[in-house]
Write a protein that binds this ligand. Structure first.
Ligand code: BG6
Length: 277
C-alpha cells in the first residue's frame, strides 16, 4: 500500500507498506528517510533533529546527490540540487504482497535551467521488500551532452560507530579527500577519526557489520563508493544533527564520483542502482 501524507507545513511524503517491510519517501529530493523490515530497527539512520521542510535537505536516510557529487561542479550547491527539488509521484505497483515499487520523477524547470543549463529527466524507482533497492535513472533530454557525477548517499544506522566494520573495500584504490592522496586500502575499515574517502574500481558486494547485524550493499552502474563519517569536530558543525550523533551512523554511498563520472549524449540514459539487504 502507498499513501501520500502531508505535514502541516506542506511537506509531503509517501508511506509504503507491505507484509514484509515499510518505508517513507519524501517527494522533496525523492528522499527515502525510513526503511524497516518487520520489527527490526531501521537500517537507515535519520537525525531526530533533521528539518522536514521545503528548501532544506533531510539529514539521514538516502539523499539523492545529483547532477554533481560533492563540489564536482563548483557552479552548483554541494551535492547538486536534487536534494531540495520537488519530485513528482509517478506511480506505484504492488509487485507481490511482500514487495512494493514506487516511481518518482524530476524534470528540468526554469529554476534548474538557471543553475544547470540542460534538459533532463531523472527517475528514482524504489522497491521496498525485505530488500531495499533504488534505481536512479538519468536521461539526457537536451541537444548537448552533459557530464554526470552522483550518489545515493545512504546513512546506515550503526547505533555506535565503534562497533562498525566495512568489508569489501580492501585492495581498492582509495582517494582520501581529507589528505588529498590516493593509495591502496589495506584493511577492512573501522572508525576512530574523521573519514571521507572515495574508493574506486569497486564492482563487488560491500558488507557493513555492526554487533551481530550485517547489511549487504550491491551497486550497479557504478564503480565508486564513498565512505564518510564526520567525527567529532565536523559533526559539531553539521546542520540538522546533534553534535554527538556522528557516533550513530556511517555513510556508504553508491556513487559515480571522481574518475567514475559519466557523459550522457542526447537521449542517452544511465542507471545507478543500489540494492541493500
Ligand atoms: C559526503 C562528503 O559525501 O557528504 C562529505 O564526502 C560531506 O565531505 C558529506 O561533508 C555531507 O554533505 P552535506 O552537504 O550533506 O552536509
Amino acid at each position: 500500500m502507498v499513501e501520500l501524507k502531508n505535514l502541516e507545513n506542506g511537506f509531503s511524503y509517501l508511506e509504503v507498506s507491505n507484509s514484509s517491510s515499510s518505508a517513507k519517501i519524501a517527494l522533496q529530493g525523492a528522499h527515502v528517510f525510513e526503511y524497516k523490515r518487520g520489527e527490526e530497527e531501521d537500517i537507515l539512520w535519520l537525525s531526530e533533529t533533521s528539518a522536514f521542510e521545503l528548501g532544506t535537505a533531510i539529514r539521514g536516510g538516502i539523499p539523492v546527490c545529483w547532477p554533481a557529487f560533492g563540489m564536482n561542479n563548483p557552479d552548483l550547491p554541494q551535492h547538486g540540487f536534487s536534494r531540495t527539488a520537488l519530485f513528482e509521484f509517478v506511480n506505484s505497483k504492488e509487485i507481490s504482497k511482500d514487495e512494493t515499487q514506487v516511481c518518482l520523477r524530476l524534470r528540468d524547470t526554469q529554476e534548474s535551467l538557471k543553475l544547470w543549463n540542460y534538459k533532463f529527466e531523472l527517475e528514482l524507482i524504489v522497491r521496498v521488500s525485505d530488500t531495499l533497492s533504488l534505481e536512479l535513472k538519468t536521461t539526457n533530454r537536451d541537444t548537448q551532452e552533459f557530464k554526470l557525477t552522483q550518489a545515493l548517499h545512504t546513512y546506515f544506522n550503526v547505533s555506535d560507530i565503534s562497533n562498525a566494520v566495512v568489508k569489501g573495500l580492501k585492495g581498492k584504490p582509495r582517494l582520501d579527500a581529507l589528505r588529498g592522496i590516493v593509495f591502496i586500502q589495506e584493511n577492512d575499515i573501522k572508525f576512530d577519526e574523521e573519514f571521507d574517502s572515495v574508493f574506486q574500481k569497486v564492482n563487488n558486494e560491500i558488507i557493513l557489520g555492526y554487533k551481530d547485524r550485517k547489511v549487504s550493499i550491491i551497486n550497479e552502474g557504478s564503480s565508486s563508493v564513498v565512505v564518510w563519517n564526520p567525527w567529532i569536530e565536523k559533526g559539531a558543525r553539521m546542520s540538522g544533527m546533534r553534535a554527538e550523533a556522528y557516533r550513530e551512523f556511517v555513510c556508504i554511498e553508491s556513487a559515480n564520483a571522481y574518475e567514475d563520472f559519466r557523459v550522457l549524449k542526447p537521449n542517452e540514459s544511465h542507471s545507478l542502482k543500489a540494492t541493500i539487504h
